[in-house]
Design a protein around this ligand. Structure first.
Ligand code: SF4
Length: 463
């Protein structure tokens, strides 16, 4: 079998794995729809004492019917209300999309407890909010005024701010319209994102496509530095497995947010212009590529062979497959840890992150973009979108003969539009004489060993 055929088979397998994952998820969704109704009652029961009783009530709100629970003591006295924020505050969005809460208050509005019914937040951020749930409790949700600010959870301010607003607005409207109490304040509309990050990310999206037509090494490295500083350090705007899960589960973020740009606009642009995100806009990829610039060439004169890179790079499709199946079918959120992009610039550095991210950054000195090439599930997903590349006829021609990332054909999925092969000074790879059997070099063995190490860490921390 020729190398080209082999590479094509690997690309096709990647696409098939994604299609299989989506088919399995669709099947599981169809089967799970019926469970949702009973879970609402179940969650309400979790919040009340064992001898309390839930009584389902109906009311009119906004020309529609709504349901809520009255909580009664064993003696039949009213002990509180449990209602969903879906009727009152579904327009308030968190980091990615709306958050729906099941809210439990005393008859006078004192907030007793809540459960999250639906969210699309980054789990680590939401965990931070849940850990400090007591800051939301004890407030009178029926009587809060605009000056009665609820506390924020630092490190997760967008999710925390959204939840505070949801509680306040739902409490106000439930009190005014369902219990017919006096209206305390006009409901406030929430927003997850200031316009500045949205504008900045939109500009960078356009620039990343545009600069490819006039690219030089200097322009590229300046762009990568800006990506690290602006999208990484300052705003932490990154496409990660969170956006993949949102897309596959069709949870589309609210419009005019960076989450919407990442989840909807950016993948559409990739379908048109190819995978320029990995090459130019991913801060984790940019860090690795910039580190590779200080590679000691004399100490490490050769890169691994194209074949070695290509074979090892199939792992990223497996990490993507495991992640999608783990989350969507088994709701096993620890598997999200596989994707280090999620925590790199959020400051959520756990043991796994340190054992994977630090070696990956160091390994970038030896193999450019080691993590991106071999393991990144996000990279795998965007590579698959790369297959479409509708505007391929007008895009600059790449020179795979100069590629140092394992790409050997014009339309190979793994091309990240980094344009390294288009720089004048980039040398062509030395072709292996056909008569000569391909040999594994020290570099190949090193890359294989490093990959084995990361596989072990990945497996230990994700099961
Ligand atoms: S083929 Fe060129 S543009 Fe594509 S990944 Fe390789 S070096 Fe970058």
């Amino acid at each position: 079998m020729t190398n080209k055929k082999f590479y094509k088979i690997i690309d096709t397998l990647g696409i098939l794995l994604l299609i299989t994952a989506i088919a399995l998820i669709t099947y599981s969704h169809i089967n799970s729809e019926k469970k949702e109704e009973s879970s609402l009652h179940q969650l309400a029961k979790e919040m009340i004492s064992s001898d309390a009783v839930l009584e389902l009530q109906n009311a009119k709100y906004n020309k529609g019917d709504i349901e809520f629970f009255e909580v009664k003591t064993a003696h039949g006295e009213l002990d509180g209300y449990i209602f969903s924020s879906e009727y009152f505050a579904a327009d308030i969005i968190g980091y990615n999309n709306r958050i729906l809460l099941l809210i439990y208050t005393a008859p006078d509005g004192i907030h007793k407890d809540f459960r999250i019914l639906e969210h699309n937040e980054t789990p680590e951020y939401l965990d931070e909010v849940i850990k400090k749930r007591e800051i939301f409790l004890g407030q009178n949700l029926f009587k809060l005024t605009p000056s009665d600010k609820l506390e924020m959870v630092t490190g997760a301010t967008i999710s925390s701010n959204a939840m505070s607003q949801i509680l306040r607005k739902s409490g106000n409207l439930f009190s005014a319209h369902i219990l017919k109490n006096k209206v305390i304040e006009a409901p406030q509309k929430g927003s997850s994102a200031t316009s500045i990050p949205v504008i900045i990310f939109s500009v960078m999206l356009i620039l990343a496509i545009a600069v490819r037509f006039k690219i030089t090494a200097t322009i590229r490295y300046i762009f990568l530095i800006l990506t690290v500083i602006i999208l990484g350090i300052v705003y932490n705007i990154q496409f990660s497995s969170d956006q993949i899960i949102s897309l596959i589960s069709l949870q589309i973020p609210a419009i005019y947010t960076t989450a919407f740009l990442l989840t909807v606009v950016m993948p559409i642009l990739i379908l048109i212009f190819g995978n320029f995100y990995c090459g130019s806009l991913c801060p984790v990829g940019a860090v690795q590529e910039l580190i590779a610039l200080i590679r000691p060439k004399k100490l490490i004169p050769r890169s691994p062979s194209q074949m070695t890179i290509k074979i090892l790079s199939t792992f990223k499709y497996l990490t993507l497959f495991s992640l999608i199946i783990g989350i969507m079918l088994f709701h096993y959120t620890p598997i999200l840890n596989i994707d280090i992009i999620r925590s790199a610039f959020a400051g959520l550095w756990n043991n796994y992150f340190i054992l994977v991210m630090l070696p990956s950054v160091i390994l970038s000195l030896f193999f450019k973009r080691f993590w991106c090439r071999i393991f990144c599930p996000t990279g795998a997903f965007l590579s698959i979108l790369n297959y479409v590349k509708l505007a391929r006829k007008i895009l600059p021609f790449i020179k795979p003969g100069k590629c140092d990332k394992g790409v050997s054909r014009q339309n190979e999925l793994d091309c990240i539009s980094c344009d390294y092969c288009r720089f004048e000074n980039t040398p062509f790879r030395k072709p292996t004489p056909k008569s000569e059997k391909p040999k594994l070099t020290l570099s190949d063995y090193f890359m294989i060993t490093a990959t084995c190490y990361l596989i072990v860490v990945l497996v230990i921390f994700s099961v």
